[in-house]
Write a protein that binds this ligand. Structure first.
Ligand SMILES: Cc1cc2nc3c(=O)[nH]c(=O)nc-3n(C[C@H](O)[C@H](O)[C@H](O)COP(=O)(O)OP(=O)(O)OC[C@H]3O[C@@H](n4cnc5c(N)ncnc54)[C@H](O)[C@@H]3O)c2cc1C
Length: 307
């Protein structure tokens, strides 16, 4: 049990930022699902972040980092310990603009949409395919978000990471083990910012490509529904959504969760859906696909929290 008074007292001189207790995670996830986190903190600056982490370590309180919650399923029992949000870190800055390339500094809490728009307005090329992906830059980096053959790793030069002791390090992107929707960034690390390199290009052309990708996404994905993006990873070269569709699962429902009729690899919260419903639907869908194809579907979303 967290003693709020004791925490407030201990942190009052070293921590600046928001801190709330017993916070319903359903208010912080794209799926609108999830029980309460014991603590939610949004530090104002990296020093407060460091001091908070040191404090949590001393208390033996676990923590995890939250972006916009668009790729996670939080269980109905909520989250043990602290959720640290980087949403107050939102700076974006041009470091250097050369003839062919531009170097950007971006903080982890900036939304990917704002980064994409920034690049669209200036004709910076390299992330056109990321148009329409929700969430933060930090979340995109951790899971190497991508679409239409573009991945965030392709424009990453280096990433500033705070480790679970509050130590700050700068890491070259090549050393971070990026692959299909993955990286070696540990769940105990916090991505604070990144340096990116993009190509300078015709504004109109960059904009045209982004519009085309966005149109396609709007046609094929339920972008305005409550979801956590793709539920399962694409096994090998096959689209998980196609396998689920061909197995006849579109529209299948458990409680308040439904397999999207627009894109079968998206599960939609139709109202009062719970994490239990969501996981039962995952089991049912993957078992039907397995019986039909022999393929085992692996989750792409991250399931976190206590039952
Ligand atoms: C409608 C829809 C469409 C989507 N389309 C795509 C798509 O085309 N391609 C794609 O790749 N994804 C897609 N997604 C999934 C999701 O938007 C991305 O994975 C996004 O990058 C997640 O960012 P987030 O800030 O919401 O991360 P969160 O969901 O908050 O977190 C995801 C994981 O990253 C960790 N994390 C987040 N921020 C940090 C940080 N600063 N430091 C350390 N760890 C951190 C969290 O602990 C968690 O484990 C889609 C989602 C939706 C809802």
């Amino acid at each position: 049990m967290i003693n709020r008074k004791e925490w407030r007292e201990a942190l009052k001189d070293i921590y600046r930022g928001e801190m709330k207790f017993d916070v319903p995670m359903k208010d912080y996830t794209g799926l609108a699902i999830g029980g309460p986190a014991d603590v939610m903190a949004a530090p104002d600056d990296p020093i407060s972040m460091r001091d908070l982490i040191v404090f949590l370590k001393k208390k033996g309180t676990p923590f995890l980092t939250l972006g916009r919650g668009t790729n996670i399923l939080v269980r109905d029992g909520g989250i043990d310990g602290a959720v640290i949000s980087v949403n107050t870190f939102r700076k974006i800055e041009v470091l250097k603009e050369g003839i062919r390339y531009v170097d950007l500094f971006v903080e982890a809490g900036l939304s990917l949409r704002e980064l994409v728009n920034f690049c669209r307005e200036r004709g910076y090329s390299g992330i056109e395919g990321l148009t329409g992906i929700p969430g933060t830059v930090g979340g995109a980096i951790c899971g190497n978000a991508g679409s239409f053959g573009y991945e965030i790793k392709d424009v990453l030069v280096s990433v500033a990471i705070m480790d679970s002791n509050g130590g700050l390090g700068m890491f070259r992107a090549e050393g971070l083990g990026f692959g299909y929707r993955r990286s070696d960034i540990s769940p105990k690390d916090i991505v604070l910012s990144a340096n990116l390199r993009l190509e300078r290009f015709e504004e109109a052309e960059v904009s045209k490509r982004m519009e085309k990708f966005l149109r396609e996404k709007r046609r094929n994905q339920p972008l305005s529904e409550r979801s956590a993006g793709c539920v399962f990873r694409n096994p090998g070269g096959v689209q998980a959504g196609r396998l689920i569709d061909e197995a006849g699962c579109k529209g299948m429902r458990v409680g308040g969760i439904e397999v999207s009729t627009v894109h079968a690899n998206f599960f939609i919260n139709r109202g009062e859906g719970t994490a239990v419903d969501y996981m039962r639907l995952m089991d049912e869908v993957s078992s039907i696909v397995n019986k039909k194809t022999g393929i085992v579907l692996e989750p792409e979303i991250r399931v976190i929290g206590r039952d």
